[in-house]
Design a protein around this ligand. Structure first.
Ligand SMILES: [Zn+2]
Length: 86
């Protein structure tokens, strides 16, 4: 019973398969558009390309809500369709 509910909790959050903390040319990746734009890790700055706000929890999981109105999955879909990321 206990282990079943543990599995349920694990299922709740879908990890971002492209998540990385490794910078390129001194910049960190935008979890939404995957361009390297941020000066710091989890800067809480807005991506100049797609508008995603760079935050720890939302960068790691596809379906979390935190500083952005959208989840990462929703934001990536919006970006793909050329719609604004909020
Ligand atoms: Zn971006």
């Amino acid at each position: 019973m206990n282990s079943a509910s543990k599995d349920e909790r694990k299922k709740k959050y879908i990890p971002n398969p492209d998540y990385t903390k490794i910078p390129k040319n001194g910049k960190y990746i935008c979890a939404c558009c995957k361009n390297y734009v941020f000066d710091r890790l989890y800067s809480y700055d807005f991506c100049p390309i797609c508008g995603w706000q760079d935050g720890d929890v939302q960068n790691k999981y596809m379906n979390m809500r935190d500083c952005n109105h959208m989840t990462l999955a929703e934001a990536q879909e919006a970006y793909r369709q050329g719609k604004p990321v909020r």
